[in-house]
Structures are given as C-alpha cells and as structure tokens.
Design a protein around this ligand. Structure first.
Ligand code: HEC
Ligand code: HEC
Length: 141
C-alpha cells in the first residue's frame, strides 16, 4: 500500500512538471489530429543506420500488402530462419523466440508476432511533431 502511494506521488510530481503538454481539450487540439499526408514508402531504401543499442532495425523495403493476421504472417515467409536461407532476408534474431520469462520457445514468440509494432519502413516526409532525439555517440549518421 505504502509503495503504491509513493509511486502515485512520484507520478503526480512528474505530471506537474510536464506543463507543456496540453490535455483534456478534445482530440482536435492535439497535433496528432492532423492526419499524415498519404504517401507510398519507397520500394527499397537501404538499411538505415541504428541510433542506439538494441534498436529494432528499420525496414529497408516497402511493407504494403504484406499481411500479418491470425492465419498468416507474410514477414515470416521471408524472415523465418528456414525461409531466410532461400530468400536472403535477414533471419529474425533469437530474441524473437523468447517468451517474457526469457525461455526460448519453439516458434516465433507471440510478443514478436506483429512485426510492424516495432519495425517500420521509412519515408521522406515532414514529421507532424518535431523530434529532437539525438543518436548515442558512435551511432546514427
Ligand atoms: C519477399 C521477401 C520479404 C518479405 C515478405 C519481407 N521482407 Fe523484410 N527483408 C527482405 C530482404 C531480402 C531484406 C534484406 C535487405 C537488405 O539487406 O538490404 C529484408 C530486410 C528487412 C529488415 C532489416 C533487417 C536488418 O538486417 O537490419 C527488416 C527489419 C525487415 N526486413 C522487416 C520486415 C517486415 C516487418 C516484413 C513484413 C511486414 C518483411 N520484412 C517482409 C525480404 C522480405
Ligand atoms: C516487440 C518489438 C519487436 C517485434 C514485435 C519484432 N521485432 Fe524484430 N527486432 C526487435 C529488436 C529490438 C531487434 C534488435 C535486437 C534483437 O535482435 O532483439 C530486432 C531485430 C530484428 C531483425 C534483425 C536481426 C539481426 O540479426 O540483425 C529482423 C530481421 C527482425 N527483427 C524481423 C522481425 C520480424 C519479421 C518480426 C515479426 C515476425 C519482428 N521482427 C518482430 C524488436 C521486435
């Protein structure tokens, strides 16, 4: 109980600091309300440099029309260890076979099934919200 009160207090203190963030006035006040302009990701874009250790690498090819559903995962038809030998696609790494307790399981872990949750392709567009993230020393361009 005491612990959760402490955490709550810490959360409120943090929230009070983040004054710049406008909330509670409806979605139309938020920058995310502006839909990004439609664009097609380039078919091939070359491997983007990583920005930090253990970053999910960005997808260097278009992902349009690749289905990831309950019945089929088209990413795995090229990226699974078996398929990668034939397709030349980078094989998914061992972490993709780990459950949340760190045990290696037989197939792709459910938490690594929806590839696009972590791996995205890149397009040269104006970001809706500017990002000032700087890569770690020795990473990035
Ligand atoms: C038709 C085969 C094919 C399909 C389907 C495919 N990929 Fe790929 N993918 C490749 C190949 C080949 C490469 C290697 C390209 C290179 O090295 O330049 C690659 C590279 C990648 C990389 C970069 C890996 C690295 O080495 O850093 C990621 C991430 C990736 N794909 C994710 C995906 C995701 C997510 C999907 C599904 C939405 C997908 N791919 C579907 C063939 C495929
Ligand atoms: C929860 C986030 C997450 C999901 C979901 C996920 N990945 Fe990854 N992926 C990562 C991270 C983080 C790395 C880099 C570190 C590592 O290997 O764990 C990575 C690495 C990779 C690599 C590069 C491996 C290498 O040896 O360089 C490929 C290819 C890849 N993922 C493909 C996929 C495919 C295909 C799927 C869907 C079946 C997928 N990933 C789902 C987070 C994710």
């Amino acid at each position: 109980m005491k612990k959760s009160i402490l955490i709550l207090t810490a959360l409120f203190a943090f929230a009070a600091q983040a004054e710049d963030v406008k909330v509670g006035h409806g979605i139309q006040d938020s920058p995310e309300y502006i839909a990004p302009a439609f664009h097609s990701a380039p078919k091939e874009s070359g491997l983007a440099p990583l920005n930090y250790v253990n970053q999910p690498p960005m997808v260097p090819h278009a992902t349009k029309n690749y289905q990831v559903t309950k019945n089929i995962n088209q990413c795995l038809t090229c990226h699974s260890p078996e398929a990668s030998r034939v397709t030349g696609a980078t094989r998914i790494s061992p972490t993709h076979f780990m459950d949340r307790d760190g045990n290696i399981i037989g197939g792709t872990s459910p938490r690594r099934y929806f590839c696009l949750q972590c791996h995205v392709s890149q397009s040269d567009v104006e970001p809706i919200v500017q990002n000032e993230f700087k890569p770690m020393a020795g990473f990035g361009k």
